[in-house]
Ligand binder design. Structure first.
Ligand code: CTP
Length: 152
């Protein structure tokens, strides 16, 4: 039995998240995912679209995920590794070197991220769609105003 542990926010679940979790599951038999709580995200300066309960339920619904636990603070990793008898701690390469001290407790690996996608990018795209729609409505209204003016 080989247990893998990872952590993340997993807001607006996307293909980069699924690729990462599937690759991690391939490394063992049981994949545990620590999903950051809303309070912890605030500490990290992250504001989510979905709350913790929804993000945890979505991640837990993936076939490759065996257990979801809340991630409440930076210090809990060592405790979780011992409590769940974790063999491998894995996370994306954006965290390269940041968790090397956990090597005293288990294997630590940093996996390459899926290129060209992140929750931050998705949020930007969504906000641009919004402003594009507003721009379109404005153009429509300006057109109506022009017609009204021409009739005066
Ligand atoms: N991840 C990945 N490939 C991506 C995006 C994320 O492999 N394109 C991985 C991260 O490296 C991390 C996990 O997915 O191990 C959860 O990352 P999270 O921070 O929730 O996702 P991001 O999309 O990077 O979110 P943000 O833009 O808010 O940082």
């Amino acid at each position: 039995m080989k247990t893998i542990l990872t952590y993340g926010t997993f807001d607006l679940l996307h293909i980069g998240h699924v690729n990462m979790l599937e690759r991690l599951k391939e490394l063992g038999n049981k994949l545990i995912v620590g999903v950051s709580t809303d309070e912890f995200n605030l500490l990290k300066g992250k504001q989510c679209i979905y709350g913790y309960a929804e993000r945890a339920k979505i991640v837990g619904a993936l076939r490759c995920v065996d257990l979801v636990i809340p991630e409440n603070d930076w210090a809990q990793k060592a405790v979780d590794i011992k409590e769940h008898d974790v063999d491998v701690f894995g996370i994306g390469a954006d965290w390269e070197g940041k968790f090397d001290e956990l090597q005293a407790l288990c294997e630590v690996i940093y996996l390459p991220r899926t290129p060209s996608i992140s929750t931050t990018d998705l949020k930007k795209v969504l906000s641009q769609i919004d402003s594009a729609a507003i721009q379109k409505i404005k153009q429509g209204l300006d057109g109506v105003l022009d017609i009204v003016k021409a009739l005066e």
